[in-house]
Design a binder for this molecule. Structure first.
Ligand code: 13P
Length: 249
């Protein structure tokens, strides 16, 4: 049986003291043995997060990673630096990075490969814009986002990938995909994994949902057969809400 994964994407939020307080609270959330909680703070809080969570089962993710190994890339942080710190996951392909920083498939695949070279698991985000859903091209869009990136990996490499389906129109808008819409896309993605790899790989792959997932709608979403947890933005910054979400599995 697949574990449920509940990942907090803090994005560019919280001051250092607030981060410390939230980490201390995260450390005390009771979790089932079948639930994996992950937190993705800003780079500057990664070391602190790893320290504060070292005696817990909560894992730490970076929100990004460089596509390069090392060298003259001012401002970048490499996968090897993250790995040495104890970072176990990296979010790659978030729509905010695709949109604001023009990250394309080639760059994303380079970032994925840097992570895999350093044993960092990848939370790979895919998602369609509202116009794409309205023009009924959402399935084709998601397929293309997978085919040109993670589907280029070998079966062995793909075992380190978690897919996060985040419809762009649902991110930070308060408009959540209905359970029907989310489950339909998750099942579609799992079907694509069967086609590309095989059924065993598809049954082992975690596909989590992100986009206005909150304390109220989480349990309904997580109860769907192909939804293996959530990637939580805004609601992960409030400990009461995030605790409820973790308990919703
Ligand atoms: P919200 O939960 O704030 O909609 O953000 C979702 C997200 O982008 C997580 O990566």
């Amino acid at each position: 049986m697949r574990k449920k994964i509940i990942a907090a994407n803090w994005k560019m939020n919280l001051h250092v003291a607030q981060a410390g307080e939230l980490l201390a609270q995260l450390a005390t959330i009771p979790t089932h043995a079948t639930t994996q909680v992950i937190v993705a703070p800003a780079y500057v809080y990664l070391a602190q997060s790893i320290n504060q969570l070292s005696h817990t089962t909560v894992h730490v993710a970076s929100q990004d990673v460089s596509a390069h190994n090392n060298g003259a890339y001012t401002g970048e942080v490499s996968a090897s630096m993250l790995a040495q710190l104890g970072v176990q996951y990296s979010i790659i392909g978030h729509s905010e990075r695709r949109q604001y920083y023009h990250e394309d498939n080639e760059l994303l695949l380079n970032k994925i490969n840097r992570c895999l070279e350093h044993n960092i698991n990848v939370l790979f985000c895919v998602g369609e814009h509202l116009v794409q859903r309205n023009s009924n091209t959402h399935f084709a869009i998601i397929k293309a986002q997978l085919v040109h990136t993670v589907f280029k990996l070998s079966e062995e490499e793909f075992a380190n990938i978690i897919i996060a389906y985040e419809p762009v129109w649902a991110i930070g808008t308060g408009i959540t995909a209905t359970t029907l819409q989310a489950q339909e896309m998750h099942a579609y993605i799992r079907g694509l994994i069967v086609e590309r790899y095989n059924n065993i790989v598809a049954q082992h792959t975690h596909i989590i949902y992100g986009g206005s997932c909150n304390a109220i709608n989480a349990s309904e979403l997580f109860a769907c057969a192909d939804i293996d947890g959530g990637l939580i933005g805004g609601a992960s910054l409030k400990i009461e809400d995030f605790t409820t979400i973790v308990k919703s599995v």
